[in-house]
Design a protein around this ligand. Sequence first.
Ligand code: ADP
Ligand code: UDP
Length: 236
Amino acid sequence: MQKREELYRGKAKTVYRTDDENLLVLHFRNDTSAFDGQKVEQLQRKGMVNNKFNHYIMQKLEAAGIPTQMEQLLSDDECLVKKLEMIPVECVVRNRAAGSICRRLGVEEGLVLNPPTFEFFLKNDALHDPMVNEYHIRSFGWAKDEHIAKMKELTFKVNDVLTALFDAGGMVLVDYKLEFGLFNGEIVLGDEFSPDGCRLWDKETNKKMDKDRFRQGLGDVIEAYEEVANRIGLTF
Ligand code: ADP
Ligand code: UDP
């Protein structure tokens, strides 16, 4: 496999074409952003930690029967993935209230959500990723009914697998964001799962071990990500 030209430079990753039109290289950079790209910093080791973390999680999800983009780890900060036709919505499941749901609905951080909630957001930084519903997704043609249903089913399946994995490591999976795309007409999990796109709290102390450490200026961001990894059996 030969890496070819840059296809897209996002806020945290750069996507490259390869000599195989069905495969891409994802390069995880150290860039860390929050608030739709308004706060940006370089955090040493982040690219490596998130790349390996994402590969580890996607392997676990694949083993649990969830179709993922993952082909192989290529280096410390690169992996080879299937080229998906991305669906421009983010799928968010919440087991506890935190972040935007607290601001929108005036609920206290930490409230247990049983059953967990599901929300769609449009991927659009200029519009600040507004929340959308299934009617918007259908009317604007972002995804078909069967694909909407599949994204929800798989996002909840991910919740079962990862809630158990993090629980065994002494952590609560508070919420997370997934992105899906189509590969040969089938819904496949893309993008990344790392502490950049989820919330994880220590079960005993409620210590935040995810990107909220960066958003809220709590420090030791990558140290916390590495601790999360170690607790679920991944060492660097
Ligand atoms: P953003 O676009 O939000 O700044 P990133 O820096 O993570 O995010 O950029 C990665 C981009 O690559 C995102 O737009 C994401 O939708 C896209 N992407 C992720 N995985 C795949 C894939 N397997 N195939 C095609 N595109 C992908
Ligand atoms: N999230 C993400 N990318 C986004 C928006 C949200 O990865 O563009 C993740 C976020 O890290 C959290 C979950 O999705 O784990 C829910 O985010 P929320 O709606 O609470 O927004 P926030 O307040 O984090 O911006």
